[in-house]
Write a protein that binds this ligand. Structure first.
Ligand code: PGA
Length: 261
């Protein structure tokens, strides 16, 4: 974590919590968080599409500082794309962020780096910050190729981006073997890839842009390991799955500044 980048704690609810549950969950978080917490860390929930309208009404009515976003976004503007949701629809409903390229989308929906590149650009075109996910599978790590593999994904996902566009994204390093498994990358392992990512960003977009981009870690991040992961210089936040479904634990993670690594 650095002084120049504001930490970001983003809860990826995946396919959990209907719109009633979403409202109760966010109210619980909002009750516990105060201005000092939001000043220190952005707090975001990434929710199923069906929760968005209810959260928009809640957040607007109560002027909450919790932000919300989607877990996917269409690469297309509009038209005959059954089942997809356009960036313009997501920005209209108040989404600040959209996850793109989560490994579950890559694995179950065949999303490629090229698709993710197009989705990230669609998000930016609509004023939404894409959270671009990347990270290696277990075989790649066992072969010792995690840095090379991860940087190749980053390069393809950001292909053709101007420095201004790159400066507007968030990256999330999520080693697939750590997602939902209880296995967390050690702070040193996570820093290895996040630090190499920052180096790559510096080479391609310059140090000012590279130093402004937030790189999150994701993969079994929880209350008990958040502080040690956040103490690494190139980890600027978390993309939190399972632990974000417990509002108390997620609030404690957003307040990681109060924990000792
Ligand atoms: P996890 O999921 O925290 O449950 O491992 C993280 C993610 O997939 O974004």
């Amino acid at each position: 974590m650095s002084d120049v980048r504001k930490p970001l704690m983003a809860g990826n609810w995946k396919m959990n919590l209907n719109h009633f549950e979403a409202v109760a969950h966010v109210q619980k978080m909002a009750f516990a968080l105060d201005d000092a917490d939001y000043d220190a860390c952005e707090v975001v929930v990434l929710v199923p599409f069906t929760d968005l309208r209810s959260l928009q009404v809640l957040v607007d009515a109560d002027k909450l500082r919790i932000q919300y976003g989607s877990q996917d976004i269409s690469a297309h503007e509009k038209g005959a794309y059954t089942g997809e949701v356009a960036g313009s629809m997501l920005s209209k409903i108040g989404c600040s962020y959209a996850v793109v390229g989560h490994s579950e989308r890559r694995q179950y929906h065949g999303e490629t780096n090229e698709d993710i590149n197009a989705k990230a650009l669609a998000a930016l075109a609509n004023g939404i910050t894409p959270i671009i996910c990347y990270g290696e599978a277990l075989e790649v790590r066992e072969a010792g190729d995690q840095v090379m593999y991860s940087l190749d994904q980053v390069e393809k996902c950001l292909a053709g981006f101007t420095p201004e566009q790159a400066a507007s994204v968030v990256l999330a390093y999520e080693p697939i073997w750590a997602i939902g498994t209880g296995l967390t990358a050690s702070p040193t392992d996570a820093q290895e890839v996040c630090g190499a990512t920052r180096g790559w960003l510096t080479d391609h977009f310059g140090s000012e842009v590279a130093n402004s981009i937030r790189i999150l870690y994701g993969g079994s991040m929880k209350g008990s390991n958040v502080a040690s992961l956040m103490s690494q210089p190139d980890i600027d936040g978390g993309l939190v799955g399972g632990a974000s479904l417990d509002p108390d634990e997620f609030v404690a993670m957003a307040r990681h500044r109060l924990l000792t690594p």
